[in-house]
Every structure is written in C-alpha cells, then in structure tokens.
Design a protein around this ligand. Structure first.
Ligand SMILES: O=C(O)CCC(=O)C(=O)O
Length: 279
C-alpha cells in the first residue's frame, strides 16, 4: 500500500467520524472506472434512481449493487487497495463487501443530497462498518463535494433515513422505522462544524456509518461529479432485519437473489462476499 500516515488517518477518522486520504487510488483504476461509470449511465440498472425530476436541468443518478453486473466495478471494489485499507481502519481480521452505490451529479444539477447518516438505512448491527467515497472527477464546493458534521458519529442518535428523491419510492418504506427526523441542519448551520474537501481523482473520503453528511447540487456548467460509495463490513457485523431498511425496497429485492438471513446472522456468500482476510 502507498506510504500514507496511517496512524494519523485512523486517529482523525475515529475522532471526527470522517477523513480524507490523498492520492491513494492508482490512475489505472481511475480511467477504467470513469469508462465503466459512463457505460452504467447509458444503461441504467433496474434499481437505479433518477433523483432529478424529468423536466429539471442536470441529472442526479443513483444506483446500487453495480458490482454484480459490471466487472470493472467488482474488481475495483474487491481487488484494489481499498479492502485492506478498510480492514486496517476497522481493526478487522476479515472483510466482506456490503454494496456499492453510484452517486453522479452532472453539471447544472440542482438536487441536493439531504443531510442523513447511513446506518439507519441498513439492516446491520455492529461497529466495524466503513464507507469510502471515491470521486472520479475534480470535486469542489461548486460541484457538490460531500459535507460532513464533525463528530456527529458520537451523537448517540439514530435518525430516520431521509429520502434522496421525492418520488423515489423510498419515503413510505423509511416511515416504517418510526425514528425521529434529523434536525433542520441548513437553517442552523452555524451550530455545526462542517468538514469537507476539494478532491482530485485518486483521493478518497472515509466516513463512519453514523457521521451525518449531505451535499449540494452541482452548480458547475461543465464539471461532472461522478462519485462512488463503497461499503465494507468487518468481523462483528450481523444482519439486523429492522423494518423499513433500503434492502426491503422492491427494486433492490428484484436485483438480488433471496437472502435467507435472520437477525444475528453474519453476512457472506454471493451477495455479501468475503473479499479480504488476514491469513
Ligand atoms: O454523494 C453524495 O452526495 C452523498 C454520498 C452519501 O450519502 C454516502 O456516501 O453515503
């Protein structure tokens, strides 16, 4: 692995719930993933969502479990240096892949990503869960770099998932959880310490599943914002079949085989494969 100040990165991640790692992805992955992302955008997946309403400018595209139908996505998530990095950050002896999520904001896209934290969306229990947000363009405040609330992973809160698109079909699902809504952060932004970074292709952001985050639209008229979130899980993570998680969405169920997982089971097999272990 490239020489990074691993101790500092881990300490920042644990303290703030988020950190950046510069120039960690090899250029060969950047080029092949840019091409792979563009092919997905031309052939949207069955569970993909166009968050931008039809008559609006721009395009906010979301998609899930792309690795299962695209070998470049699969190889990037499984065979790059990222699994080992995730395992080390989590102090885990093994690592399974939870899923990948593509989040593209084309130029002139107004749609924001609402403030949220990830764990309430997921049917998971455990601590060893980590996300990497990888940008495949230069990412700035103008194009919608993701903003994080420093230390929010330690708030001891579990807020209701916020639906990314008004008509994405997830609203009713998420209501089933009966959780408190996230506070209105934008109206009280001065009360929060926001961390965000301009990124070059090759840089990644690492975030904790309870760190609150969101992003603006892409105000640029020419620069794209192609982002991919990779979710990795370690030793202690088990299935938690709570009502209303994203896995219960019909479109997600349609792209996955039947899971047959019970509360307390470890996630593994075809859908959540073991991709790294320390022996
Ligand atoms: O790309 C975005 O705007 C949001 C990213 C996100 O929510 C995530 O990585 O969990």
């Amino acid at each position: 692995m490239k020489n990074i100040d691993f101790k500092k990165i881990k300490a920042d991640y644990e303290l703030n719930g988020v950190t950046v790692i510069r120039d960690i992805i090899d250029k060969k992955w950047i080029y092949s993933m840019q091409t792979a992302i563009d092919s997905i955008l031309k052939n949207p997946g069955l569970a993909s969502i166009e968050y931008t309403p039809q008559n609006n400018k721009g395009r906010y595209y979301g998609d899930f479990f792309i690795w299962r139908r695209n070998n470049t996505f699969k190889s990037f998530a499984f065979d790059s240096n990222l699994p080992e990095l995730a395992a080390k950050l989590l102090d885990s002896t093994k690592l399974n892949f939870f899923y990948d999520q593509l989040l593209v904001k084309e130029p002139n896209t107004e749609e924001k990503t609402p403030w949220h934290h990830d764990l309430p969306y997921w049917p998971l229990s455990g601590e060893k869960i980590i996300s990497f947000w990888v940008g495949f363009d230069e990412v700035s405040h103008d194009t919608g770099t993701v903003k994080y609330i420093r230390g929010s992973h330690k708030w001891n809160k579990f807020y209701a998932p916020a639906s990314f698109g008004k008509n994405s079909g997830y609203n009713n699902l998420y209501k089933k959880m009966g959780l408190d809504e996230i506070p209105d952060i934008d109206s009280n932004i001065e009360n929060y310490e926001i961390l965000s970074w301009n990124l070059n292709p090759g840089d990644i952001i690492v975030h904790h599943p309870l760190t609150v985050h969101g992003s603006s639209g892409n105000k640029s008229s020419k620069t794209r914002r192609r982002g991919l979130a990779l979710r990795y899980i370690g030793d202690d993570v088990t299935w938690d079949d709570r009502p209303g998680t994203f896995i219960k969405n019909k479109n997600i169920q349609d792209i996955l085989p039947s899971l047959n997982l019970k509360k307390g089971d470890s996630l593994t097999g075809d859908v959540f494969p073991l991709i790294w272990s320390n022996n």
